[in-house]
Ligand binder design. Structure first.
Ligand code: HEM
Length: 489
């Protein structure tokens, strides 16, 4: 029996090796890359900071190289021009994302928007979501943005007046979670019972983001995948809790839905109901709403929260830059409140936020699948190759940036860099659908922090800015800062 098992394993390794050689042989230019082991491929070499490992390979193997994520043949793209061609001119070939069990499970079999695999379904969901997140349909959110940010600044004020150290993670997460709930459920004015339910919901959602951010070798091994899917179905209850919660929200919306809500929706759920009601049955609309809301909430909370936390780190670690942004705000805004119409008159604040997004791209890699054999600029990519767009590599490449490890907002005031087509929100038709909302929130929140407070480290020593990669690139460990309220003379 043991002999049969050993022979089966050896047979698998030999066949697997032949399959890898065939793919590598067909890939031509993209064949360079680190040496893979059977079953795990190069996963074992990525360590606990995969963004740094991929950057190291970029320096070693050039702008396009090969990697094996377990059994998956991947091409890593670190070239901005090639990327633009892939995601703009050949979007049909690179539209879809990665097909692995953890994504299949947590996206309810590739439903929602972010992980949809069917092109027609994606187009329909994408149009509906873009419509629901347009300025016209998110007026309720914009009218609440100011008050939520004011509440956030008040919490900071309390800490500065007592001298108690301030924990950015807790308060940034609260700010962004509240805003996202307002966007989807228009919860303003609901009582505390609701806020308790929303907290529980938020904890479950955070747990899913952690689970999804930690794909294991089981996800990438064809042999082990079926067991993983069963394991998820058995162990993880969070997504069931979240589904039940949104289900209930949907029922309450339907009960109170009036014809006028089609043109004047109260929130995201109303807009999707208004748009889908004619085409689908009530049960189908319910399923679509639950999956879309699930997806939009997961996408809209984690990344903006992470960037606000990074803002605290870079403000505390760079006091001279902090004073420069503050000086601009004092001169341009004076003692009134910052508003979105100030964006054009605050170039240095804009540059600070862009530099933050460059040095810590919240989603450092973007997974896409290549749906047919294709050659672009002499790079051949075989069908079914997984594409890893290495935003972190592009953001830290000496080809595009002088001294890329340095935090230097002024680089974005230089006309050479201002128009560089680089965005942490992605490129082309499948780029981030919430990027304008995210940019508005970040502008008001980060500008508000700098205008009202001086942020410093607790003991004069710099806060660790190396970052940890889960689903997004977060600050490595929980940290606190000291705050001093700024009083205008
Ligand atoms: C700092 C904040 C954010 C960052 C860095 C970010 C980044 C991204 C990136 C890189 C993608 C993938 C793009 C691609 O494949 O080319 C994405 C997709 C997406 N984002 Fe965002 N995002 C942010 C905020 C938001 C917000 C606030 C929302 C919702 C209101 C949102 C909703 C989505 C959705 C639904 C998708 C999937 C789009 C699709 O597959 O068609 N994101 N985001």
């Amino acid at each position: 029996m043991l002999l049969v098992i050993v022979l089966l394993i050896l047979g698998y390794i030999v066949l697997d090796y032949a399959r890898r050689c065939r793919l590598v042989f067909r890939s031509g230019v993209g064949t360079k890359g680190p040496f893979p082991l059977p079953i795990v491929g190069n996963l074992y070499q990525l360590g606990d900071k995969p963004h740094e490992a991929l950057l190291k390979y970029h320096k070693q193997y050039g702008p396009v190289y090969r990697l094996w994520m377990g059994d998956y043949h991947c091409t890593v793209i670190n070239d901005s021009n090639l990327l633009k061609k892939m995601l703009n001119e050949h979007i049909g070939v690179f539209l879809h994302r990665l097909d692995i069990p953890s994504i299949q499970y947590f996206s309810h079999n590739f439903e929602g928007l972010g992980f949809v695999m069917d092109s027609d379904k994606w187009k329909e969901r994408r149009n509906a979501t873009t419509f629901a997140l347009s300025k016209n349909k998110t007026r309720h959110l914009y009218s609440l943005m100011d008050s939520s940010i004011e509440e956030f600044l008040q919490s900071m004020k309390q800490h500065s007046s007592t001298g108690e150290p301030f924990q950015p993670h807790y308060f940034s997460d609260k700010l962004i979670t509240d805003l996202s709930f307002k966007m989807c459920f228009n919860v303003e004015g609901r009582n505390n019972v609701y806020s308790k339910r929303f907290r529980m919901f938020s904890d479950s959602l955070n747990q899913i983001v952690v689970d999804l951010g930690a794909p294991t070798v089981y996800d990438f091994s064809f042999l082990l995948q079926p067991f993983l899917l069963k394991y998820y179905q058995y162990v993880y209850k969070h997504s069931i809790e979240i589904e039940a919660f949104i289900d209930q929200e949907y029922d309450e919306h339907i009960k109170s839905f009036k014809p006028e809500h089609i043109d004047h929706p109260r929130d995201f759920i109303d807009t999707i109901i208004g748009r889908m009601d004619e085409k689908y049955s009530r049960d189908q609309v319910k399923t679509i709403v639950v999956d879309l809301v699930f997806n939009v909430l997961a996408a809209s909370i984690d990344s903006p929260t992470g960037l606000i936390e990074w803002a605290f780190v870079y403000l505390a670690n760079n006091p001279i830059i902090q004073e420069q942004v503050c000086k601009e705000l004092e001169t341009v805004i004076g003692d009134r409140k910052l508003s979105l119409s100030d964006k054009l008159s605050t170039p240095y604040l804009n540059a600070f936020i862009k530099e933050l997004q460059r040095i810590k791209p919240l989603i450092p890699f973007l997974p896409r699948t290549c749906s047919e054999d294709i050659e672009i600029d002499g790079v051949f990519i075989p069908k079914n190759t997984q594409i890893i767009v290495n935003f972190y590599g592009i953001a830290h490449s000496e080809k595009y940036w002088n001294n890329p490890r340095e935090f230097n907002p002024s680089r974005f005031l230089d006309s050479k860099n201002v128009n560089l087509d680089y965005s942490i929100f992605g490129i082309g038709k499948r780029s981030c659908v919430g990027q304008f909302i995210a940019q508005d929130i970040l502008y008001l929140a980060i500008g508000g922090i700098i205008k009202s407070f001086k942020v410093s480290t607790l003991d004069g020593a710099s806060i660790d800015d190396s970052g940890n990669l889960g689903l997004t690139l977060k600050v490595s460990q929980s940290f606190k800062v000291s705050l001093k309220e700024r009083i205008l003379n």
